[in-house]
Design a protein around this ligand. Structure first.
Ligand code: HEC
Length: 227
């Protein structure tokens, strides 16, 4: 009985400390300051374990299909490039300001399986800037992006531009040469031309990647088997 009473007291004090901390305003919530190593470890470990577990029963279609990759390159450029960047292109201002930072997907492609890439793209990641694309896209619109991401590690700037040129008319974001995006109810959405510079062709292999050194997840601790 005494043990139970002590246990209840300890738990109550613990809860009070946590609630007081939450209301105190001491925690620095700003995206401009880095996460503490404990928060980073906790979030990253929880996130990778959840992705691995959630993706394990997903059936992966045949992704070695040129048409799928070409559809994916357009959709990737419209939906993902702004945050994740692409060969020779750094993310836009929005992506550069996020914390945790959007990872370089050519690295993710080497350590995550296709099923895991698909699951993250479809469901997003809570409390980060990674959106759930499944809210507005069906599975058939997401697999082409995964097929393209799997090609990313082998793509230089020139090959990427080449693919973009060949991909005209492919995917549900069909035309990568204009400044308009196909909305999902068929209406064209005009995107402000402010970002034009980020979409300029750049044939130089040495183009500068402006991305800050990301606060990386330690993938080595998690066994993301590649499919
Ligand atoms: C608004 C910004 C934003 C956009 C747009 C965005 N992402 Fe992300 N994405 C993020 C952020 C931030 C993370 C890092 C989340 C974290 O640290 O857990 C992320 C993480 C990921 C990951 C996990 C990578 C890893 O190594 O853990 C994948 C896969 C991914 N995004 C795919 C995509 C795809 C595919 C698209 C386009 C269809 C896309 N993202 C568009 C912000 C974005």
């Amino acid at each position: 009985m005494k043990k139970i009473r002590s246990f209840i007291i300890v738990v109550t004090i613990g809860v009070l400390v946590i609630v007081s901390f939450a209301y105190s305003g001491i925690y620095d919530i700003s995206a401009s300051s880095p996460h503490s190593s404990i928060t980073n470890w906790l979030f990253s470990t929880t996130s990778h374990a959840s992705i691995k577990r959630s993706a394990k029963d997903i059936n992966v279609p045949n992704l070695h299909d040129d048409a799928l990759v070409l559809a994916g390159v357009n959709d990737f450029s419209e939906m993902c490039l702004g945050c994740h960047g692409a060969p020779g292109q750094s993310p836009e201002a929005m992506g550069l300001g996020l914390n945790p930072p959007p990872p370089d997907l050519s690295e993710s492609a080497l350590i995550m399986s296709s099923a895991e890439l698909f699951w993250v793209t479809k469901h997003g990641i809570k409390m980060t800037g990674m959106p759930a694309w499944g809210a507005t896209h069906d599975d058939d619109s997401i697999w082409p992006v995964v097929a393209f991401i799997k090609k990313l590690p082998d793509l230089g700037v020139t090959q990427y531009q080449d693919l973009l040129a060949r991909a005209k008319g492919m995917g549900h974001h069909t035309d990568n040469s204009t400044n308009s995006e196909q909305s999902h109810d068929g209406k064209a959405i005009e995107i402000p031309s402010h970002y034009d510079d980020n979409y300029e062709n750049d044939d130089s292999e040495q183009s500068e990647d402006l991305r800050p050194e990301p606060e990386k997840h330690d993938h080595s601790k998690h066994d993301h088997s590649s499919k």
